[in-house]
Design a protein around this ligand. Structure first.
Ligand code: ZN
Length: 92
């Protein structure tokens, strides 16, 4: 996904500051920042963020997610964090 690194750094810092000490969300945001740069298949379709994970699973993050973290009690996950980061970066 093409994201300006400076913009990404800015939105990541802002996002982590809004996690209010929630370590799971802060970690999800950090993981998302890494994945957005290194994962070759992350695509925003204007509606959801489509992510092909390393395990071959396709996730469609849009408030909800199909990953284990979300399915087991709606825990924070990097997929949804990534969606937010992408949207913040696009609006930058
Ligand atoms: Zn997820």
């Amino acid at each position: 996904m093409q994201i300006n690194q400076t913009v990404l750094d800015t939105v990541v810092t802002a996002a982590i500051s809004k996690c209010g000490g929630n370590k799971r969300w802060a970690n999800a945001v950090r993981r998302a920042a890494t994945e957005l740069v290194t994962n070759p298949y992350v695509h925003h379709d204007g509606h959801a963020l489509l992510i092909l994970s390393a395990s071959g699973q396709m996730y469609e993050a849009n408030g909800v997610c199909q990953c284990k973290a979300y399915q087991s009690g709606k825990q924070p996950c990097w997929h949804r964090a990534a969606k937010r980061l992408v949207e913040l970066a696009m609006a930058h």
